[in-house]
Ligand binder design. Structure first.
Ligand code: ADP
Ligand code: ASP
Ligand code: MG
Length: 455
């Protein structure tokens, strides 16, 4: 049994959906097919909701354009007449609900997180109906019926026990009667309130991995719009090349440090069950793609380079060493992830979007020390990007930090947070946000010298 996941671009147009149909229908074994919303639709839904909430009526035009796009895709791929009518009716009913929701948001002038979670679910709810009916003999399993989340640290996280039980009850029996099952990615339901939630942006990859782990699938295939996991983001580093194989650990590190091609929580469930992941191109199915599997054989090589932006540093200064265990615990309890911790310098790194809440948490947690003067200052340094170089080879390399600094300084790029080994396979440092692209290109050409330079 295989799990195949098709991302937004793969299900975004008539031509790409035809490729999806050919790929799925050529499979020789049972498949669970997880689909994203049509490319760009999740952003569009969020945009409509925000416009409606501030009384900007142009949300109606966006809604009309979404309707036209879905209709045109249905016309292009659902060829059977009775199915065409049925799919159009289902999608129209979902679009009508959306229209009512947007009007209600406009009337109330208010948009809560719960309403936004409901709104963004519609992208996958529409796409799964289209994909399921485009395929010759597929059944639909609606993921909010079996993917459960709970609210922890300010976000929805998987509720594994409930999910596992429901997959066995709901999905497993369907797989006995159908060779292909279509599942909307990303969307879920809160285990207590029963409200619609999701697994976070890019979460369809994670839906597929959860299901693959539950069935001990032979493989998880992630079908996207590039030939595989590349040595760097191909939109920035034009001569990045496809990595043929990498270890789970390398993939986890690259994804944790921002490689967008796979949503980072995806790796854990399949890694645990030792299920290989293959990244493949829907638009070039013949290309071998990237295999992510067990890793020792790759010990002598650099895997890739990635980045996160915006990021920041928080520096805590005081007359006595700061108790960083307390600092890190208070942040993680409140959903703030940290990386590149340097307790000896009183600094740590975090996402730019977390700076405001981290400052509030720390001012509260360290209020007494700030009053007594034990801690002088908690200072954020923003406007930075983090770059991370990942590869099992780093484990046996010396002076990587010096090489990195020399390369960056050689291009006139200051390094406000010097390189730090984040693990035995990852070294990370921060550079000014405006120098990110130049930094990535320079570091890539140093550590991946065999990639052909682009003039
Ligand atoms: P999907 O909609 O299929 O989930 P995403 O947009 O989430 O696709 O991820 C694929 C995109 O990730 C690619 O189009 C590419 O621009 C970008 N990307 C960023 N870093 C990498 C990388 N290291 N390797 C490949 N693609 C990358
Ligand atoms: N549609 C969702 C998003 O755009 C989930 C996904 O595509 O994986 O984030
Ligand atoms: Mg994605």
């Amino acid at each position: 049994m295989k799990v195949l996941k098709f991302g937004g671009t793969s299900v975004g147009s008539i031509d790409s959906l035809r490729n999806v149909k050919a790929i799925v229908e050529s499979q020789q074994t049972e498949c669970i097919v997880t689909v994203s919303a049509l490319g760009g639709i999740t952003d569009c839904l969020m945009d409509c909701a925000r416009r409606a909430s501030v009384g900007d009526n142009t949300y109606m035009e966006l809604h009309r354009a979404m309707k036209e796009r879905h209709h045109s895709v249905i016309d292009g791929v659902v060829t059977d007449a009775s199915r065409h009518a049925e799919v159009t009716e289902k999608v129209d009913s979902l679009l009508q609900q959306l229209s009512t929701l947007f009007d209600a948001i406009a009337l109330l002038g208010e948009l809560t997180q719960r309403t936004m979670d409901l709104i963004v679910s519609y992208g996958e709810r529409m796409s799964c109906v289209i994909v399921c009916n485009m395929l010759s003999d597929a059944a639909l399993c609606y993921s909010p019926d079996f993917i459960r989340t709970r609210f922890r640290f300010g976000k929805h996280v998987l509720a594994p026990e409930a999910t596992s039980k429901l997959i066995a009850q709901i999905v497993a029996p369907k797989l006995k009667t159908h060779r292909t099952i279509v599942v909307p990615g990303f969307i879920a339901r809160d285990e207590d309130s029963g409200k619609i939630t999701n697994l976070g942006r890019g979460g369809s990859d994670y839906t597929a991995a959860i299901i693959a782990a539950e069935f001990s699938a032979e493989i998880l295939e992630i079908w996207t719009d590039v030939d595989g996991f590349m040595t760097a983001d191909p939109r920035i580093v034009k001569n990045a090349v496809v990595i043929d194989r990498m270890s789970f650990v390398e993939a986890m590190e690259l994804c944790n440090f921002g490689a967008k091609v796979v949503y980072s929580p995806t790796i854990y469930p399949v890694f645990n069950h030792n299920i290989p992941i293959v990244i493949k191109n829907t638009f070039n199915a013949q290309a071998p793609g990237t295999i992510i599997a067990d890793g020792e054989v790759f010990a002598t090589r650099m895997a890739g380079l990635t980045s996160m932006t915006p990021t920041a540093i928080i520096r805590i200064t005081g007359c006595r060493p700061v108790n960083f265990d307390r600092v890190f615990n208070s942040l993680s309890r409140n959903g703030v992830d940290i990386f590149m911790a340097s307790p000896e310098h009183g600094t740590f790194g975090l996402r730019g979007s977390d700076v405001e809440s981290a400052m509030a948490i720390l001012s509260d947690e360290l209020a007494d020390e700030l009053t007594t003067g034990e801690i002088e200052n908690i200072q954020p340094i923003t406007g930075l990007s983090t770059i991370a170089l990942v590869g099992s080879a780093l484990d046996s390399m010396t002076d990587v930090d010096k090489v990195l600094i020399n390369v960056l300084n050689g291009c006139g790029i200051p390094v406000p947070a010097p390189p730090r080994m984040n693990s035995s396979t990852t070294v990370a440092c921060m550079v000014p946000e405006q120098s990110l692209h130049e930094a990535l290109r320079a570091v890539h050409s140093t550590f991946f010298p065999s990639c052909t330079p682009i003039s």
